[in-house]
Design a protein around this ligand. Structure first.
Ligand SMILES: C[S@@+](CC[C@H](N)C(=O)[O-])C[C@H]1O[C@@H](n2cnc3c(N)ncnc32)[C@H](O)[C@@H]1O
Length: 249
């Protein structure tokens, strides 16, 4: 998957059925999400995250929060009621303009379009808390590692990051085994040659994983303190999901 394909796919998904692209519940496909229920899920997710951190006595300064891969601001909006201000950043201009419109009444929210492979638009040491859910799992490892490398830079000293990532295919799940096989095929020269000859793929939401060993070594190199790496039972499917929590010293 190229970076341009990733970008174009999310523009198309946002234009077609934005709420379903964010929370892909089969019953809600075709514009059937009720906006109030949709945003309530975000309030619950943020409440659970903050409660979890509180329970483990991981203090978080309630200054500036960032939601990476914010979509329609489902989590950004909820973060804004717990923090002084919240920014949401997304690759899709369509998601960003819809989020801006949906939350125009909130004064401590900001949505930033970032169609780049890095976060150079975001200043060093600017966030006390960073959250990212159901975003990194949709991009190939080489792209997600590029952003993860920047998370420590944009956090302020003492800042905490809480992110979810798919970490490996579940070999116990038939779809997980099929994904493993497909990924092996993708690396063969024959497969790559055939792919170059066929027509471009239509935009779609892809699932990818990023190895925990890669994430942890990157965070260790950045001198962050990894607080926890936890299996995330909320995500069931062909990929195993984890939550990673770290603090910038
Ligand atoms: C499934 S939605 C989740 C949205 C939000 N995190 C939530 O939980 O409500 C994934 C979002 O990630 C965004 N996204 C995908 N790749 C991205 C990237 N490279 N940088 C920033 N956002 C990205 C998509 O545009 C989409 O809005």
């Amino acid at each position: 998957m190229s970076f341009n394909y990733l970008k174009q796919s999310w523009e198309t998904l946002a234009r077609t059925d934005a709420m379903w692209a964010v929370l892909s519940d089969d019953e809600k496909k075709g514009g059937r999400w009720n906006p109030a229920e949709f945003f309530e899920t975000g309030r619950k997710d943020v409440h659970n995250i903050l409660e979890r951190l509180d329970h483990w006595k991981i203090p978080v300064h309630r200054g500036r929060a960032l939601d990476f891969g914010c979509g329609l601001g489902r989590l950004t909006n909820a973060l804004a009621s717990h923090f002084k201000s919240a920014d949401g950043v997304d690759i899709s201009s369509e998601m960003i303009s819809r989020a801006t419109e949906l939350h125009r009444a909130s004064t401590n929210l900001r949505f930033i379009h970032n169609p780049h492979r890095d976060l150079s638009q975001l200043a060093d040491n600017s966030y006390d808390f960073l959250v990212s859910l159901i975003t990194l799992q949709h991009m190939p490892e080489r792209i997600s590692l590029g952003y993860l490398r920047e998370f420590p830079r944009i956090l302020s000293s003492g800042g905490v990051a809480y992110f979810q990532v798919s970490s490996f295919p579940d070999a116990a799940n038939p779809a997980g085994r099929a994904k493993l096989q497909r990924d092996r095929d993708l690396t063969t020269p024959l497969y790559r040659a055939v792919r170059k000859m066929v027509a471009p793929r239509p935009p779609r939401m892809e699932s990818h994983y990023c190895r925990l060993s890669r994430i942890c070594s990157l965070l260790e190199q950045a001198n962050t303190r990894i607080i926890a790496v936890l299996p995330d039972e909320a995500f069931v499917g062909p990929l195993v999901s984890h939550v990673v929590i770290f603090r910038k010293p």
